[in-house]
Design a protein around this ligand. Structure first.
Ligand SMILES: N[C@@H](CCC(=O)N[C@@H](CS)C(=O)NCC(=O)O)C(=O)O
Length: 209
């Protein structure tokens, strides 16, 4: 299968997909969206958001749908545990990040907030939503039936590949992460792995540095 991932170096939803592709050892072509121009990219993804995955010509948008497609199409090296409870807990952990933390703090939301309320404290907005989110993630990790090396298993998977890009984004946005010890431990363990290191913004071909 020919896979083409439309992304850019700094694209935390795209980084989730890059990590998944690396964990599953699936080869893909990296397409830097900035080289296409917005009109050309809108032909691929009418939402204009990154990432999008083209699989043998079919386009899939939204990182959660892309991850589900990869998990179904390439079942080797699974991202989700077999155990139905751990599987559901992994999905819930990812949903907190994708649907609540990232969705409320992403650049276009901050810009819209400031365009509608120029005096708004966007940094406080970000701290509020990310703080609530990380506190929930830390509590969920504390309540696990067993202390795994990673979020929900002894190998990294669905929950971890959501966590690591969100931790980097929080650091970039100046959110204090010291209270979230389990989050930080798992982030450090994942970040030492090649699959995560190769997905980082500064390892991408269009990284400007
Ligand atoms: N829910 C989407 C979020 C995608 C998203 O917001 N991507 C951001 C970067 S992380 C983006 O494309 N921003 C470009 C823009 O807003 O123009 C997903 O999970 O794929």
């Amino acid at each position: 299968m020919t896979l083409r991932l439309y992304t850019r170096w700094q694209n935390s939803a795209g980084e989730r997909v890059r990590i998944a592709l690396n964990l599953k050892a699936i080869g893909y072509q990296y397409v830097a969206v900035d080289t296409l121009g917005s009109a050309a990219y809108a032909e691929i993804n009418p939402q204009g958001l990154m990432p999008a995955l083209e699989a043998d010509g079919a386009v899939i948008t939204q990182s959660s749908a892309i991850l589900d497609f990869l998990e179904t199409t390439f079942p080797d090296r699974p991202l989700l545990p077999d155990d139905p409870v751990l599987r559901a807990q992994s999905l819930a952990f990812g949903a907190i990040i994708a649907s609540e933390m990232h969705a409320l703090t992403v650049n276009r939301v901050r810009k819209q907030l400031l365009s509608m309320a120029p005096d708004a404290d966007a940094a406080r907005w970000v701290r509020h939503w990310l703080g609530l989110g990380f506190a929930s993630l830390e509590a969920l990790l504390q309540r696990r039936a067993r202390r795994f090396d990673y979020c929900y298993g002894d190998t990294p998977g669905w929950a971890d590949l959501h966590l690591v890009p969100q931790v980097s984004a929080a650091r970039r946005l100046g959110v204090a992460l010291d209270p979230y010890r389990l989050v930080l431990d798992i982030d450090a363990r994942c970040s030492a792995l090649e699959a995560f290191a190769q997905a980082r913004p500064d390892a991408q071909p269009d990284f400007p540095g």
